[in-house]
Design a protein around this ligand. Structure first.
Ligand code: NAD
Length: 256
């Protein structure tokens, strides 16, 4: 898909990968609604992009897993820029540790990492089918492909995100709906820094994996790969497939 001239919504765009994706989209001539639960962060990202490309970005704060927020983001995009044809379900949280994670932590991880994607697809896919096109990009994780990366809440919900993306692609592909699933491992963002997030265990597991793999990507490198993935309509976007292959071979040995 050629993204130039289209309209996108990016959730979790106040920092990290989402902010870099928003920047890469604007560079390619896309008009973007950037949303985040952190109002100051999303305003700052949008203001920075607006200085570079005036009029190309609008900011909205809110919870990416709320149907009302999804409706508001789509409505804002339509009002300012036109019909949305790209949706980046990118906001994500670690959730909690292993078996000690509480029901509240499981519910929060399921809401943000999975149900946010389901609710956004429910809002947009029917209208995309009638227009004959639409692109849904799910930010899952390498932890959604390999269980030894990330805590239980993180890895299990990211597996569900991969499953949902695959289901969408298989179910609606012949009606013009394109889906990509981004599965990075080790990107230099707050999520990888223990102490900065809601739960350290995922960050620590990911950090150990990344240290032994010896490779950390910048959000901008990942965003460039996402743009390349969209251009050639790749389903799985694996910013460093060689590292994933390595962990597949090593199995759970990596944390001994
Ligand atoms: P980040 O913490 O820098 O950015 C995440 C953003 O999402 C933050 O701005 C945060 O405020 C926002 N957010 C959190 N909960 C939200 C909610 N309910 N509604 C709206 N916004 C919310 O982390 P990141 O690494 O850029 O994470 C982006 C995505 O990439 C996540 O889905 C994450 O799981 C995934 N990911 C990250 C890595 C990594 O190594 N950093 C690896 C694989 C996957």
């Amino acid at each position: 898909m050629d993204v130039a001239g289209r309209v996108a919504v990016v959730t979790g765009g106040g920092a990290g990968i989402g902010a870099a994706i928003a920047g890469a989209l604007v560079e390619r001539g896309v008009r973007v609604v950037v949303t985040d639960i952190d109002a100051d962060a999303v305003e700052e990202v949008a203001a920075g992009l607006d200085r570079r490309t005036p009029g190309a970005v609008a900011a909205l704060s809110g919870d990416a897993s709320s149907a009302a927020h999804i409706d508001a983001a789509v409505a804002l995009a339509e009002e300012r820029f036109g019909a949305v044809s790209l949706y980046f379900a990118n906001a994500g949280i670690a959730g909690g540790p292993g078996l000690e994670a509480t029901d509240e932590q499981w519910s929060a991880a399921l809401d943000v990492n999975v149900l946010a994607h389901v609710r956004a697809a429910r809002r947009l896919v029917p209208e995309w089918i009638s227009r004959g096109e639409g692109y849904f990009v799910s930010t899952a994780s390498a932890a959604g492909l390999l269980t030894q990366l990330g805590s239980a809440t993180y890895s299990v919900t990211k597996h569900a995100a991969v499953g949902f993306a695959e289901w969408l692609a298989v179910t609606y592909g012949d009606q013009g709906i394109r889906v990509s699933c981004l599965c990075p491992m080790g990107v230099d963002t707050r999520l990888l820094r223990p102490g900065d997030i809601d739960d350290d265990s995922s960050a620590q597991l990911m950090q150990r994996a990344v240290e032994s793999a010896g490779e950390v990507l910048t959000p901008e490198q990942v965003a460039d790969d996402v743009m390349a993935g969209i251009a050639d309509e790749r389903f799985l976007i694996l910013p460093h497939p060689e590292v994933l292959t390595m962990y597949r071979h090593k199995g759970s040995d990596y944390d001994r």
